[in-house]
Design a protein around this ligand. Structure first.
Ligand SMILES: Nc1ncnc2c1ncn2[C@@H]1O[C@H](COP(=O)(O)OP(=O)(O)OP(=O)(O)O)[C@@H](O)[C@H]1O
Length: 368
């Protein structure tokens, strides 16, 4: 057992993950803004999109295809639904991984009605043949359906009604240029500022019939990692706490107590993030230390540390990835209330806990 007693499940059920879980999906429908006016933040995307939609309405045409890129939980699905609502059009929702064969895509495309919005989440994960079919559908509103196999196969052209594709991706860089170029408008979604998250929290609290004061909303917003989905999730957990332990009103004090119970700290770091940072500081004197060594120290897989904990720690300026290994920044020492060692690297005594962990005073094994 490691000093942190961390289990892989810590990574799976995190309160601060930006990915949606079952409960999120169930409540999110009720919390989604329905039109651009209700959509908080993302000023630039909102303004540009508003122009695209107004122009299309004026021309009486379907809007250009829209690509929305950015991390999970920032509102890409919500915006696609708003596009459909603003155009008074139906919406069909699917995702890249669900379309493994070109035939799957042909079936969806051929059943679209005029003006319909097709929302394709995780568009970068579509199969290659489907992607190629999509090029033609986006540009010419036509697909070639291949009937038969081998030399006898024939392509039957199928006309499609004009539709708007809204593609969403967390990895815009992974999209092949021919696909990226076929979108008339690309919106880059940014993390939300705390003040915007406060507005999201007040709005959700109203819809959930939860009483919250402005400091309570600020406390939750500060721990929400710039992500509305996390803000909404933390609000629900704090609501539970306020109802069980108090009279239901969420104040800063109550939000703080509740989120301490759930181990989400004042900056939005959870148990796993803090374990990684704590090991880096206490066991390795702030680094540099290799990823796999750090992972062993917290009892996690390297991938979990790299993909689950590190991105936020890097974004927050608490940890840096360098060619020599992971290093902690001055802000990391400050955040955990520890004092950085004064001796230069290489001349520091090995922290006692590290000697214990690796059973020698030669330091941790280095990365291969
Ligand atoms: N600008 C916003 N204003 C208010 N609420 C928002 C906003 N953006 C997102 N939300 C809320 O956050 C939740 C998550 O949003 P959404 O599902 O649109 O994210 P997403 O980017 O599509 O995530 P994923 O890619 O994981 O599906 C929704 O319930 C929605 O209510």
């Amino acid at each position: 057992m490691t000093p942190y007693d961390a289990t892989p499940s810590d990574a799976g059920d995190r309160l601060v993950t930006a990915a949606a879980d079952g409960e999120d999906r169930a409540v999110e429908a009720a919390l989604r803004p329905r039109d651009l006016g209700e959509f908080i933040g993302q000023e630039r995307v909102r303004e540009q999109l508003s122009l695209v939609l107004q122009a299309a309405r004026k021309r009486g045409a379907t809007p250009d295809h829209v690509l929305l890129s950015g991390p999970p939980g920032l509102g890409k699905t919500t915006l696609s639904m708003i596009i459909a609502a603003e155009m008074n059009a139906p919406i069909r929702i699917t995702s890249g991984p669900a379309i493994q064969h070109a035939g799957d895509l042909a079936a969806i495309l051929s059943s679209l009605t005029e003006g319909e919005v097709l929302f394709l989440d995780e568009i970068h994960r579509m199969s290659r043949p489907a992607e190629e079919m999509l090029y033609m559908a986006m540009e010419d509103f036509r697909v070639d359906v291949i009937v038969g196999k081998g030399p006898g196969a024939t392509a039957i052209p199928l006309e499609l009604p004009p539709f708007t594709l809204v593609g969403a991706t967390t990895r815009a860089g992974l999209l092949p240029p021919p696909l990226r170029d076929r979108f008339g408008f690309t919106g880059h979604m940014e993390f939300y500022a705390p003040a915007e998250l406060e507005r999201v929290i007040h709005r959700s609290a109203r819809l959930l019939d939860v009483e919250i004061d402005s400091q309570g909303a600020a406390e939750i917003a500060g721990r929400s990692r710039g992500t509305p989905r996390i803000a909404n999730r933390l609000l629900r957990r704090v609501r539970d706490y306020a109802q069980v332990k108090h009279d239901g009103l969420i104040t800063a004090g109550i939000a703080g107590q509740a989120l301490d119970v759930y181990e989400v700290d004042g900056r939005g770091l959870d148990r796993l993030d803090r374990a990684v940072l704590d090991a880096l500081l206490r066991l390795f004197g702030g680094g540099p230390v290799g990823l796999s060594t750090l992972a062993v120290a917290v009892g996690e897989e390297s991938e979990t540390v790299e993909e689950v904990a590190e991105p936020f720690l890097v974004r927050e300026g608490l940890l840096a990835r360098t060619p020599r290994g992971r290093i902690a920044t001055a802000a990391a020492w400050q955040h955990l209330g520890l004092t950085p060692p004064s001796a230069p690297l290489g001349q520091r005594p090995l922290p006692a806990a590290q000697q214990q962990l690796f059973g020698s005073s030669d330091g941790p094994p280095t990365e291969g």
